[in-house]
Design a protein around this ligand. Structure first.
Ligand SMILES: Cc1ncc(COP(=O)(O)O)c(C=O)c1O
Length: 385
C-alpha cells in the first residue's frame, strides 16, 4: 500500500504510535486543572510539551495556545483580529488560494460585519504577486485590519513568500496571519524569524492525533477569548485540554526536527518523478511546476481525463491519492484555488494530488509512476471530455 495523501491527513508517525502504546499503560489520567498531584502531573506534562514544541517551531512557550486544529485556530485568529479591529479598519487583504476555512469565514465578516475583502493576485504557478500586495497595502494602508495569506498551499504545495509579506506588513504596521497548516511539520519554518503575527498547526497534518493543534501568537495579548470556559490556555480557549493529543503533537514535531534533513531527498525523488512523467506523457501538466513547493507535493493533470477516474485506477493498485476538485455526482469542478490560478477547466477537472512524506520509501514514486502510466494509457482511450 502507498499512502500519498499526507496533505489530507498524515498517518500517526511510528514514534507517536510507540509513545501512545506506552502512554496508555501508565494510568496517568486526570483533569490537568485539578489541584491534586495527579492533575498537576498532567498539567506539567502539557507545559513540557509547550516547551518541546516551542523549540521545534521557533517561538517562546507562552506564544503557543493549544486547540483542536486549524479550522478552530483560523476562526479564533480571525475573530480576535476582526471583531476587535478599530472601527476605521474595515479592509481585509486575502489571497484567493486559501483553504476553504478562510473564504467561508471572510464571507461572514463581509456580509455580517461590514468588512471589505481585497484579493491579492496570484500567478499561474499559484504564488501570490508581491507587487499586487504592495499596491493594495499602499492604497488602503490605514484601513487594513488584517492580511491573511497562507504559507504553503494544500492543493499545489506552492510556498508563498511569507518572509517578504511579513516585512511589508511590519513596515506598514499591519497584522499578518499566515495559515501555516501545511508548512509546519513538512518544511522549514521558524515562527520568530518568519515575522508572522499569527500562525496555526493541525495535529493530523503532522502525524499526531486528529483533534489537536495550536495557534502561535507573536503578541498573545491580541488574542481574545474564543471559547468561554475556565482558565485553560490563559483564559483564551476554555475546555479541558486534550492532553494526550497535545503530547502526541510534541512527539511528532520533535521527530520532525530530528528527521527534516531527509526533506531534500524527498524533493529530489519528486522532481525526478515529475520529469519522467512529463517525458512519457507530453500532455501531462504539473500544476505550479515553476513554484517552490512542499517537498512531496505534486498536482498532476492529464487533459480530458477526470481526476476521479485516475484516483480509482490508482486505488486498484493500492495507491491512495486524492483529487483537489470539488466533486458531486461525477461532475467534478475546478477548485477555487485552480480557478484563481486561471487554470483551464479541462486541466482543472482532471487533477490528482500526490502528497508524500519524507518517512516514505523513495521507491514509492517509481511504483506510482508505473501505475499512473497504466492509468493514463487506459483512460486516454476513453477520454471523458
Ligand atoms: C491549509 C489548510 N488550512 C486549514 C486546514 C483545516 O485544518 P483542520 O483539519 O485541522 O481543521 C487544512 C486542512 O485540510 C489545510 O490544508
Amino acid at each position: 500500500m502507498i499512502y500519498a495523501d499526507y496533505n489530507g491527513s498524515a498517518p500517526l508517525l511510528p514514534c507517536v504510535k510507540d509513545y501512545l502504546k506506552r502512554r496508555l499503560e501508565t494510568d496517568l489520567f486526570a483533569n490537568p486543572n485539578a489541584i491534586h498531584s495527579m492533575g498537576q502531573k498532567i498539567y506539567s506534562g502539557i507545559e513540557k510539551c509547550r516547551e518541546v514544541i516551542s523549540k521545534s517551531v521557533g517561538c517562546y512557550p507562552d506564544q503557543i495556545f493549544f486547540n483542536s486544529g486549524s479550522s478552530e485556530g483560523i476562526s479564533h485568529i480571525l475573530f480576535s483580529c476582526l471583531e476587535y479591529a478599530p472601527k476605521n479598519k474595515k479592509i481585509i487583504i486575502a489571497s484567493g488560494i486559501e483553504h476553504a476555512v478562510i473564504p467561508s469565514a471572510l464571507k461572514y465578516y463581509e456580509e455580517r460585519r461590514g468588512f471589505e475583502i481585497k484579493k491579492v493576485d496570484v500567478n499561474q504557478d499559484g504564488v501570490i504577486e508581491l507587487e499586487s500586495l504592495y499596491k493594495l497595502i499602499h492604497e488602503f494602508n490605514s484601513s487594513i485590519a488584517l492580511v491573511t495569506i497562507m504559507a504553503a498551499n494544500n492543493e499545489t504545495g506552492a510556498l508563498q513568500p511569507i518572509r517578504d509579506i511579513s516585512q511589508l506588513c511590519q513596515e506598514n504596521n499591519i497584522l499578518f496571519f499566515s495559515d501555516t497548516t501545511q508548512l509546519i511539520g513538512k518544511g522549514d519554518f521558524h515562527f520568530e524569524d518568519s515575522g508572522i503575527d499569527f500562525a496555526v498547526c493541525s495535529g493530523h497534518k503532522v502525524g499526531a492525533l486528529t483533534g489537536s493543534g495550536f495557534i502561535l501568537a507573536k503578541n498573545p495579548t491580541l488574542l481574545r477569548s474564543y471559547i468561554f470556559g475556565s482558565h485553560q490556555e490563559r483564559g483564551l480557549r476554555g475546555g479541558t485540554q486534550n492532553y494526550m493529543a497535545i503530547e502526541t503533537l510534541a512527539v511528532a514535531l520533535d521527530d520532525f526536527m530530528k528527521n527534516k534533513n531527509k526533506l531534500p531527498l524527498l524533493e529530489e525523488a519528486r522532481k525526478k518523478f515529475e520529469a519522467e512523467l512529463k517525458k512519457d506523457f507530453l500532455d501531462c501538466r504539473i500544476i505550479g511546476e515553476n513554484a517552490q513547493r512542499l517537498a512531496g507535493t505534486s498536482l498532476i493533470s492529464y487533459p480530458g481525463i477526470h481526476g476521479q477516474a485516475i484516483q480509482i485506477e490508482l486505488e486498484s493498485h493500492n495507491i491512495f491519492v486524492t483529487t483537489s476538485a470539488a466533486c458531486s455526482d461525477n461532475q467534478p469542478e475546478t477548485s477555487h484555488v485552480l480557478k484563481e490560478m486561471k487554470i483551464e477547466d479541462d486541466i482543472g477537472r482532471g487533477v490528482i494530488r500526490l502528497s508524500l512524506s519524507y518517512h516514505q520509501n523513495q521507491n514509492d514514486y517509481e511504483m506510482i509512476l508505473k501505475a499512473l502510466a497504466q492509468a493514463f494509457n487506459k483512460l486516454k482511450k476513453i477520454k471523458a471530455y
